[in-house]
Design a protein around this ligand. Sequence first.
Ligand SMILES: Cc1cc2nc3c(=O)[nH]c(=O)nc-3n(C[C@H](O)[C@H](O)[C@H](O)COP(=O)(O)OP(=O)(O)OC[C@H]3O[C@@H](n4cnc5c(N)ncnc54)[C@H](O)[C@@H]3O)c2cc1C
Length: 298
Amino acid sequence: MREAYLIPETLEEATALLARYQGRARVVGGGTDYFVDEAHNGAPVLIDVTRLRGLREIREEHGYVFIGCGVTHAQIAASALLQQSGTALVEACGQIGGPQVRNVATLAGNIAHALPAADGTLALLALGGEIQVAWHAEGELRAEWWPLARAFKGPGQSAVDSTRQIIAAMRFKPTGAGEASAFARVMRPQGVALPIMGVAARLKFDAEGRIEAAAIATGPAGPVPFRAVQTEAFLIGRMLDEATLDEAAQVLLGEVHVRTSPHRATAAYRRAVLPVLLRRALTQCATRAQRTLAIHER
Ligand SMILES: Cc1cc2nc3c(=O)[nH]c(=O)nc-3n(C[C@H](O)[C@H](O)[C@H](O)COP(=O)(O)OP(=O)(O)OC[C@H]3O[C@@H](n4cnc5c(N)ncnc54)[C@H](O)[C@@H]3O)c2cc1C
C-alpha cells in the first residue's frame, strides 16, 4: 500500500527523505522499469528524483559532459552536445522503447536497474562513464564519483541501494580530435523488450590512423554489462582494416559469455550477430573520427 509519492526539489532534500524513511522509501525516475515490477518490490514511499534543481540538464562541466539524474532518453537523443561528444549515447538512448518510454525514462534508471543488455548503460560504459552516488549521513549530504562498472553486482542487482542512495548524475570525458563513439544493436521489431544484443565502442586514432585507445562494451554477454578488455587490447596499435575487423570479432567471441534466453534469442544467433554489430560500431567510429580531423584541419 502506497503511503506517499514525494517530489523533492533538491538533492539534499531527496537524500534527507531517504534517510528519514530508513529503507522504507525508494528512489524512482521515469518509473518505466519500476512500475512494471511494482508487485514484487513495491515500497511504501516513493521519492521521485526527476525534478531536482540542477539535475535535469546536460552540460559541460570541469572537462566532462555531465548528465543529471532527471535527464530523459528523449533529452539525450536530442542533445547537440552529446551528438558531438558522446554519439554512442545518443544512438543508444534514441533506440530505447518508443517515444512514450523515452519521454519519461532516465539514463540513471537504466543504470540503477542493472540489466546486462541495457542500451544507455552499455554506451556510457564504452565512453568511460562515471556515476555520482549521493546519500545522507550525520545530517549532511554526501556524494562520491564511482566508475560505472562498480554499479553492477549481477543481473538486475545494483551496487547502488535505491532505498538509501541516489545516482545523482553521470559524466564522461567528451570525445576529441581523432576520436569517436558508436552504438549498434539488434532488437525484435516490436521494440518493447530488452535488446537481443548490443555493442558500444569508443576509438581514438593517432596521426597515422592506428588505434591509440579503444573501449568496447557489449551485452547481454555476462551477468553485468560487459567491457571487452581482450578485444580492446587486441585493437591497440592496429589499422582498422578487414583483417583487424575479422580478428577482433574472433577475440570478442572468445571472451563473451552469451546464452540462450527463451523470449529473445539463442546463443548461436547472438554469436552470429555479434561480429556484425562489432564491425558496424568500429567502422562508424573510424568514419566519425576521420570527420573530426577534417573539422580540425579546416
Ligand atoms: C515498453 C518498454 C520498452 C523498453 N525498452 C528498452 C530498451 O529498448 N532498452 C533498454 O535498455 N531499456 C528498455 N526499457 C527499460 C526502461 O525503460 C529503461 O531501463 C529506463 O531507462 C529506466 O529508467 P526509469 O527512469 O524509467 O527508471 P525507473 O523505472 O524509475 O527505475 C528503475 C530502477 O532504478 C531505480 N532508480 C531509478 N532512478 C534512480 C536514481 N537516480 N538513483 C538510484 N536508483 C534509481 C529505481 O528504484 C528502480 O529500481 C523498456 C521499458 C519499457 C516499459
